[in-house]
Write a protein that binds this ligand. Sequence first.
Ligand SMILES: Nc1ncnc2c1ncn2[C@@H]1O[C@H](COP(=O)(O)OP(=O)(O)OP(=O)(O)O)[C@@H](O)[C@H]1O
Length: 267
Amino acid sequence: MKGGFKMNDRPVMIEFDNVQKVYPNGTVGLKDIDLKIYEGEFVAVVGLSGAGKSTLLRAINRMHDVTGGDLKVDGQSIVGYKGKELRNLRRSIGMIFQDFNLVNRSSVRRNVLSGRVGYYPTWKSSLDLFSSEDKKRALDSLNRVNMTEKLYTRVDELSGGQQQRVAIARALMQDPKIMLADEPIASLDPLTATAVMDDLLSLNKDLGITVLANLHSVPLAMKYADRIVGLRAGQLVYDKPIAEVSQDDFEGIYSENEAVKEGALNG
Ligand SMILES: Nc1ncnc2c1ncn2[C@@H]1O[C@H](COP(=O)(O)OP(=O)(O)OP(=O)(O)O)[C@@H](O)[C@H]1O
């Protein structure tokens, strides 16, 4: 375990209790998931394509609703949240995606400030009436990912790695307790991928944000995470702190497809 402390001495930040997700077409996304993520943990979720990694992450901010069991965030059951409770939940959880989800024709500044719109009535944010405190917050967030000098650059003039760092800065504007990263580096070359993972690690270690990242690369999961959980066909088939992980363990997670296993293990 990195850092010399035991994670399970900390409060539970996310708790899956026998969670099920069946999509309307009958596909099972998640089955019998029991999982506790502790405050300040960096957890990597690995598994084959279609194993349920995105479904697991998206259940936490209710982008997907679960169909059975209970899911708690910071001690509160979130499955029945509506209206204001749901908005507050989503504010407290940042998310980044494989394809960045930025507004390409807008500036970096505008994209980052948009991370704060959940705190304003629509008319104020559409008129760019952000407080000076939030403008400073935007600079601080960009500084954390070393992107301050691109403040007025249009997003579509940035590299993929730079765009992902802008997306991280935007998510930081929400002052999140949790950061969900859904295949954050799948579109990036290895060097850029490392820079983005370094940024995620720094907000985990420096700001104490709990990070849950879906990764295809087992070596990167081993390098950055405190703990690896593995899914297979919607079920949790693996859960170990990094100190106990060995590469042979991934047979069970990736055994359906040897080619994918090879690719995943080689980075
Ligand atoms: N909206 C949906 N409707 C029906 N089935 C879905 C939907 N979204 C996902 N699924 C199915 O649920 C299962 C889990 O998908 P999910 O996207 O969570 O897997 P994943 O591990 O994130 O895969 P990938 O690595 O390819 O992103 C898959 O069988 C998928 O086809």
